[in-house]
Design a protein around this ligand. Structure first.
Ligand code: UDP
Length: 320
C-alpha cells in the first residue's frame, strides 16, 4: 500500500485513476480546485476512507497541505482544463491564464513537492504538444507544429512548458519523473457540457438536437476509452524504467469525425440531423498516436474498441 496524490482528482481522467488506485489498495489524496472538475465524479468513492478530497488550487502555496502530503509516494499531475471548445464555460479557451499557470506554476509546485518528498512524479501532457501535425502517426520524437499565440496556445504551450520543466527537475535534481502524452479520451464521467466531440455528439443525439460537425468532418481523431487510459497512466507510473521517459498514450484506431457522428447517430437510434458548422481556428487535421513505445515499455495496449466504448458512454449519458 502506498499514498498517492492526484492533482485534478475530480476531473474526468483523474476520478477514474482515483478509482483504480483505491481498488489496488492505495490511499489517495485527490486535489482539485473544481474549475472544470466536479466533486460528484468521486461520489461512488467517498465512502472509502482511503480517499481524501482536498479542494485546492495547486498554483497557490501548498504549505498548508505539505504536512499531510509528506509521505506520498506517487504524484500524478492531471490538473488542467482540457476542452478546446470556446462554446463551453469549462474550456481552456475561456480559462487561458488558469491553464497556463496550472501547467507552469502548478507543475513547479508539484515537482518541488516530489523533490522534497522523494515521490515519483507523472506529468499528464497531451497530444496537443504536436499541434496540427505535419506527420502521421505522431511518435514521441516528433517536435510538433504549434501556433504559439493562437487560441489553443494556452493549453499547447502550457503543456510544452510543463514537459520542459519536468525534464529540468529530472536533469537538475534527479526527480523520478515521467511524461505521458494523452490523446483524445472519452467515456463515463466526461462532463455533458464540456464541449468535446464525444460528449457533444452523444448528448445531441440523445436529445434529438442537430449533431454539430465542425468543418467538413474529414479531420481525424483516434479515440481511447477512459479505462484503457487510466490503466496506461498507472503503468507509466508503476513500471520499471520509465524515469525520464516521454510516452504517448492513446488508441491508434483513427476515424474521421463525420464517421464518428454517423456511428453515434446510428447507435442511439437518433433522428437528429447532422449539421455542419465552422471549423474552429487551429483545429488539428489529423491525430493518431504511435504507441510502440507504450507497448514495449509498459506492455500496454488499449483493449476497448470504439463501438464498445461508445456503447458504455451512451449508456452513461442516458442515466444522467
Ligand atoms: N468537433 C465537432 N463537433 C463538436 C465538437 C468537436 O466536429 O461538437 C470536432 C473538433 O472540431 C475536432 C474534433 O471534433 O476536430 C475533436 O474535438 P475535441 O473538442 O473533442 O478535441 P480536440 O481533439 O480538438 O482537442
Amino acid at each position: 500500500m502506498a499514498r498517492a496524490l492526484i492533482a485534478g482528482g475530480a476531473g474526468f481522467i483523474g476520478s477514474h485513476l482515483s478509482e483504480n488506485l483505491l481498488s489496488i489498495g492505495h490511499e489517495v489524496f485527490s486535489l482539485d480546485n473544481l474549475i472544470t472538475g466536479e466533486k460528484n465524479n468521486l461520489d461512488n468513492l467517498t465512502s472509502n476512507p482511503a480517499l481524501e478530497f482536498i479542494e485546492k488550487d495547486i498554483t497557490a502555496d501548498l504549505s498548508d497541505v505539505k504536512d499531510k502530503l509528506k509521505d506520498v509516494e506517487f504524484i500524478f499531475h492531471l490538473a488542467s482544463p482540457a476542452s478546446p471548445n470556446k462554446k463551453s464555460a469549462r474550456s481552456y479557451v475561456n480559462h487561458p491564464i488558469e491553464t497556463l499557470l496550472v501547467n507552469s506554476l502548478g507543475t513547479y509546485n508539484l515537482l518541488s513537492l516530489a523533490k522534497d518528498t522523494g515521490a515519483k512524479f507523472l506529468f499528464a501532457s497531451s497530444s496537443e504538444v504536436y499541434g496540427d501535425p505535419s506527420i502521421s502517426p505522431q511518435s514521441e520524437t516528433y517536435f510538433g507544429n504549434v501556433n504559439p499565440v493562437g487560441v489553443r496556445s494556452s493549453y499547447d504551450e502550457g503543456k510544452r512548458f510543463g514537459e520542459a520543466l519536468t525534464m529540468g527537475f529530472i536533469r537538475k535534481h534527479g526527480v523520478n519523473a515521467r511524461i505521458v502524452r494523452i490523446f483524445n479520451t472519452y467515456g463515463p464521467k466526461m462532463q455533458k457540457d464540456d464541449g468535446r466531440v464525444i460528449s457533444n455528439f452523444i448528448n445531441q443525439a440523445l436529445s434529438g438536437n442537430p449533431i454539430t460537425v465542425y468543418g467538413d468532418g474529414k479531420q481525424t481523431r483516434s479515440l481511447c476509452f477512459v479505462s484503457d487510459m487510466a490503466e496506461g497512466i498507472m503503468k507509466a507510473m508503476l513500471a520499471e524504467g520509465t524515469k525520464g521517459e516521454v510516452i504517448n498514450l492513446g488508441n491508434p484506431n483513427e476515424k474521421a469525425i463525420l464517421e464518428v457522428a454517423e456511428m453515434i447517430k446510428e447507435m442511439t437510434g437518433s433522428n437528429s440531423q447532422i449539421s455542419f458548422e465552422d471549423l474552429p481556428e487551429d483545429d488539428p487535421k489529423k491525430r493518431n498516436p504511435d504507441i510502440s513505445k507504450a507497448k514495449n515499455l509498459l506492455s500496454w495496449n488499449p483493449k476497448v474498441d470504439l463501438k464498445e466504448g461508445l456503447e458504455r458512454t451512451i449508456e452513461y449519458f442516458r442515466t444522467l
